[in-house]
Design a protein around this ligand. Sequence first.
Ligand SMILES: Cc1cc2nc3c(=O)[nH]c(=O)nc-3n(C[C@H](O)[C@H](O)[C@H](O)COP(=O)(O)OP(=O)(O)OC[C@H]3O[C@@H](n4cnc5c(N)ncnc54)[C@H](O)[C@@H]3O)c2cc1C
Length: 495
Amino acid sequence: MTIRTSNGRTVTKPNLHVAIIGGGISGLSTAWYLQQAQYRGLGVTYTVLEASNRWGGKVLTEFVQDVAPEPFIIEGGPDSFLALQKPWALQLARELGLEDRLMSTNDDRRTIYVLVNGKLVPMPDGIYLIAPTRIMPFARTALFSPFGKLRMALDFILPKGNPTVDESLGNFIGRRMGREAVDKLAEPLMAGIYNADPYKLSIQATFPRFVEMEQKYGGLILGMLAGNKMRQEMTQEHPAESRKVGMFVTFYQGTEVIIGELVSQLTGDMRLNTAVTGIERIEDDSYDLMLDDGTVLNAHQVVMAVPAYTAAELLEPMTAGAARILNEIRYVDTGTITLAYEAGELNHPLDGFGVVIPISERRNINALTWTSTKFDHRAPEGYQLIRAFVGGSRTPEMVNKPDEEILQIVRNELHEIMDVTAEPIFHRIYRWPQSTPQYDVGHLERVEAIESRLPFGIFLTGSPYRGIGMPDCVKQGKQTADTIIEFMKAESPTL
Ligand SMILES: Cc1cc2nc3c(=O)[nH]c(=O)nc-3n(C[C@H](O)[C@H](O)[C@H](O)COP(=O)(O)OP(=O)(O)OC[C@H]3O[C@@H](n4cnc5c(N)ncnc54)[C@H](O)[C@@H]3O)c2cc1C
């Protein structure tokens, strides 16, 4: 193919070669969508370079055999992903032929508990994300004080904010619904997804729909009620789809199924144990990538699907401006510990999906998932699994403690919160140092500023930028591949 370079010269290449740095869900999705273009006859080839000895990055499923007749399925990272609201990972699963292996969460047991003054209080029916959408359960709940409930109702009449100015999630929810809603809902439920301080987390980068609701309906409760109506209409219009997939889905054999299937269907040059240590722009407007095995890979376009600080290091010699802003994206350490029990040993029914813990409770853990209730096929018959989340902006010191200490602290917490005193039959700890990007206020502006400084032919994609969950990573991978393909079509007169 013939391509026109940034300085107007025309060069002939056998194919456009793309180097993808990072073999997590973002890098692999980019490769998948480039491969689809290849099947459509476009001359594009790719190499995926992954520093570690496994594909998937934070998507990691472990099978624990030999304890029971069936294996335990333990998630080290994500345990499920949004399906209907953010359909991109679900779509990818379907493209990969994984429809029959999908499994929804057990939504008939969806109760989520909030820890309030050391007691587990169920979230009332009809609270959708942040706002009550049904009056009676909200009026009766012990979760909020009478003052807290009245303050939340002010959402109906308070004036709108300025949608063009980013603000923190804590500020936004506090302004509309009061501090109790921040403490008991927004902080543990929503900032919890991002392992972030709600008073630093950008509303525009994380929950832009709330800003839209405020502008369009005058408040969150009215916005949620309108959303309820839309969801009901959607369920009536697509009853089969709504029955088949719940709000969150995974696979019978764990989230890593999507990684295994991607890797088995990707036909490009796939290299594990290969870190990129440097990138140099060379004369014909392609790039030489220095690899840690001492070799050099030449590529016309480079996709960086790695943490922002790694991208900054690689870009520093070419664009110090982009590198500087990339380094402004902060990261926190996170960790999870899963404990397995014999079912009869627990003093607790595990009658829900788990517990969210407001920061005001001052615990050493951030949240609990009652994994064997939330999902089928995670613990064999007669066993139960609980997963605790630590680290993030709340309990950063927890991640660096020795295993035995983490185990002991988490067991103490389970005793105090749930009266669980049983000895777990085994546990698994996963540490994710510098793993979770923080979308601080102004995040989207920073991302735009970085992108505007990128050299020709370099792309950034993945969790540091425009969405942290698996569906957003897949979406960004697809968008990156589409941009490369559009570039090829525009620049190559022969296509
Ligand atoms: C504990 C935990 C729970 C989570 N729960 C959920 C959930 O339930 N649902 C959900 O949707 N999301 C969840 N997430 C978020 C989601 O898992 C991540 O945001 C997503 O997997 C990130 O994918 P990525 O490809 O962008 O990055 P990563 O998975 O971090 O992949 C980046 C890859 O780049 C490689 N790399 C780094 N440097 C180099 C280099 N120099 N050369 C080559 N390779 C390099 C790394 O080894 C890594 O494999 C969770 C995350 C964590 C940590």
